[in-house]
Write a protein that binds this ligand. Sequence first.
Ligand code: NCD
Length: 306
Amino acid sequence: MRHLMSPLDFSVDELDKLLDLANDIEKNPGKYAHACEGKKLATCFYEPSTRTRLSFEAAMLNLGGSVLGFSSADSSSAAKGESVSDTIRIISCYADICAMRHPKEGAPLVASQKSLIPVINAGDGGHQHPTQTLTDLLTIRSLKGRLGDLTIGLCGDLKFGRTVHSLINALIRYPGIRFVLISPEELKIPSYIREDVLVANGIPFTEVERLEDAMPELDILYMTRVQKERFFNEEDYVRLKNYYILTKAKMELAKEDMLVLHPLPRVNEISVEVDDDPRAAYFRQAQYGVYVRMALILTLLGIEVN
Ligand code: NCD
């Protein structure tokens, strides 16, 4: 039995196969419409979510399966003090696969160790968000035609943004990747990523504070929200929340084929006037999230469709 805790749980070859499957699902949805008939997905979300939970549910429904679950810790037995280890043992009796989001780093991993069904980490605190990374990789590969030879700007909350941490981990396995890390001093990338991942693997990167300076060299600009819920005090959040705002004027500094990605939700960091720019790919990215989660569910359940 296989779980997904980190994007590195799949080899590059396995990832290629998963992304190929997602592209086939996009082209031939009818072929997969009954693939998961009789199977159930449990979504166990101890933290707010719109896209991740609903895209998992949509993915399972598109495959002909069913869904059950809870969308906040308050509405589950966590409110009574139940541990994730106990909860997953129970969920294992009710469902065939589980997607879990939790505010504590490592909670889905703990659950997976006691689980009788595959567990997918749907975001654990400020740590990892592997299915967002699968979504990001599918978006980049589908729209750019490649995952190597790219200069990627990561902008905003690089400290608490789990999507950024997972994406860096995944992209360093492709040749010719360079990062431009764009953040204020207080929200710089944690040293367990800078030193242990980037430096340790000899990946070229620069750290800058001004988005304008980075713009002209980027192939991908990955914007992120300042992660309000992970701040220790409101004052720091208020000071940093509008640090970066991507506007039409800033887009003029970018390459004509640069793509703007964002895991969403957006707050103020991308002005709505940018939405009509053909380079704005964040809504298409959310659609790719459904295809890749369909591919992931099939892969972890070991279901092949011919
Ligand atoms: C992200 C997350 O939950 O980390 N959202 C998502 O799953 N698409 C990004 C965020 O909340 O800022």
